[in-house]
Ligand binder design. Structure first.
Ligand code: ZN
Length: 242
């Protein structure tokens, strides 16, 4: 079904020339389809220093504790999350388009720029990537899972990585958008389970993949489900933090 969204874009390309998703100017870049070099430089990357747990950037020089106050409260079931961009401005808009306006094809160019960061690459190296799953009803409505698209795209850039449907979402949950930190955690509690058709190994390092990390509640719930199934090494990575 996800092919439909790509076919839509392919048909549109015949009528309208492709524009950069940031500058809205016609593309003249050969390496990417929807993101020009100038547009890529407008995206707000996350650099060190950052929270060692959730990847949120710290302002200025960091000394001592490398975990932000939010993560001390969260005490997440995953080890470390690394996020490529701040979920503001262009990135917020692009991720909205990916999720809600049938534009999953924009993932590939964002991922291509994200993996230019050596720390982001090191974080993923050799891992099995586990996209945060959608509930079957949501998947049927959207026709694709953006987190799965991100994981697939990351694997094309990271030869040592693989991805799998190791998690399933067994409980539909209302949107997290308007919920506070505590409500988000309650909302996704027990929403995920390990996929009974996938073998979870204590020797494999798993990296849970999502589009945005906000409070970390979803990634925490996913990591709990993987741990319950026997995983010992669990980290996370998202395109954006916001
Ligand atoms: Zn943090």
């Amino acid at each position: 079904m996800s092919l439909l969204a790509d076919l839509d874009r392919g048909l549109l390309d015949l009528v309208f020339p492709r524009d950069c998703m940031v500058t809205q100017l016609p593309m003249d870049d050969q390496a990417r389809l929807y993101l020009s070099d100038f547009g890529a430089r407008q995206l707000e990357r996350i650099y060190d220093p950052r929270c060692h747990t959730c990847g949120h950037p710290f302002d200025g020089i960091l000394e001592g504790d490398r975990t932000c106050p939010h993560c001390l409260d969260l005490n997440p079931a995953f080890g470390r999350a690394v996020c490529a961009f701040r979920a503001r401005g262009h990135i917020r808009q692009i991720i909205h388009e990916i999720k809600y306006t049938r534009c999953p094809f924009l993932v590939a160019d964002l991922v291509a720029v994200a993996v230019e960061d050596p720390l982001f690459r090191r974080h993923l190296a050799g891992a099995q990537l586990i996209p945060v799953p959608l509930h079957a009803d949501k998947l049927s409505e959207r026709s694709y899972n953006q987190a799965e698209r991100i994981a697939q795209s990351l694997c094309t850039h990271m030869p040592g990585c693989s991805w799998s449907h190791a998690l399933i979402k067994v409980k539909p949950t209302p949107s997290q958008t308007l919920l506070n930190r505590t409500e988000r955690r309650r909302n996704v509690a027990n929403a995920f389970e390990a996929n009974p058709t996938t073998h979870i190994s204590p020797n494999v390092r798993y990296v849970i993949i999502d589009d945005v990390l906000t409070t970390g509640a979803t990634l925490h719930a996913c990591a709990q489900a993987l741990r319950l199934a026997g995983a010992l090494h669990i980290d996370a990575a998202t395109l954006a933090h916001g």
